[in-house]
Design a protein around this ligand. Structure first.
Ligand code: FMN
Length: 174
C-alpha cells in the first residue's frame, strides 16, 4: 500500500449531507478485506448514516450474497465507506459493474488503497472523505428493510443489512 498523508478528523454532522448526497447520486465506494488480508472494493447506493444514542454515529449498508465482497465482510466485519467526488465517477462505475472475482479493481480503476486507522479494510487515497466502520450487528433476510422488489427475489439473494459504528471520519490534509 502507498504511504499515507496526514488525516484530519471531521465531525460526523459536517459530512452527513455529503455522504447521503453521494449515496443517492452515483454511489459511494466501500472497501472490505478477507481473513487472508486481500482487499476488495465495490460501489454502494443503499445506505443510512446518522447519530446514535451511544458514542459513535452509525452507518448502515446492505450487501447481497451475490457480491464477491459479501464473503469478505462476513469474514472481517469491518468496512470503509470512501466518499468520491465527481472526478472519480469512472472508478465508481467500474467498481459497481465489475467484480473482484475477475480483476483487482484497485489496479483497474487507479484507486490507491492506504491503511486505515481503526479497521482492517483500506481507505482510498483519492477519495476526499473516508469513513471507518465496524459492524456491530447484522440482519439477515427475510426482513422488511428493503423494497418489495428486493423481497421478491430468492431469500438467498436478498441483502444482508450491516449496522456499524463509525470509528473515524477523515479528510486528507493536502
Ligand atoms: C450506483 C450503484 C449502487 C450499488 N449499490 C449496491 C448496494 O447497495 N448493495 C449491493 O450489494 N450492491 C450494490 N451495487 C452493485 C455492486 O457494486 C456490484 O455488483 C459490484 O460489481 C460488486 O462487486 P464485487 O463482486 O467485487 O463485490 C451497486 C452498484 C451501483 C453501480
Amino acid at each position: 500500500m502507498a504511504t499515507t498523508p496526514e488525516r484530519l478528523p471531521v465531525p460526523w454532522e459536517q459530512c452527513a449531507g455529503e455522504i447521503l448526497y453521494r449515496l443517492a447520486h452515483g454511489g459511494v465506494l466501500c472497501t472490505v478485506i478477507d481473513q487472508a488480508g486481500r482487499p476488495n472494493v465495490l460501489t454502494l447506493g443503499w445506505g443510512l448514516f446518522g447519530p446514535s444514542y451511544h458514542g459513535h454515529p452509525i452507518c448502515v449498508i446492505a450487501i447481497t450474497p451475490l457480491r464477491y465482497s459479501w464473503r469478505f465482510i462476513e469474514e472481517v466485519p469491518e468496512f470503509v465507506l470512501a466518499i468520491p467526488d465527481d472526478s472519480l465517477a469512472p472508478a465508481v462505475d467500474l467498481c459497481g459493474t465489475r467484480s473482484g472475482r475477475e480483476m483487482d479493481k484497485f489496479a483497474a480503476s487507479g484507486l490507491t488503497p492506504v491503511p486505515s486507522l481503526h479497521v482492517r479494510p483500506p481507505s482510498i487515497l483519492q477519495c476526499p472523505l473516508n469513513v471507518e466502520c465496524r459492524v456491530y450487528t447484522r440482519v439477515q433476510p427475510p426482513h422488511f428493510l428493503l423494497t418489495p422488489e428486493h423481497r421478491q427475489r430468492p431469500v438467498g439473494e436478498q441483502h444482508t443489512i450491516y449496522f456499524a459504528e463509525v470509528l473515524g471520519l477523515y479528510r486528507w490534509a493536502r
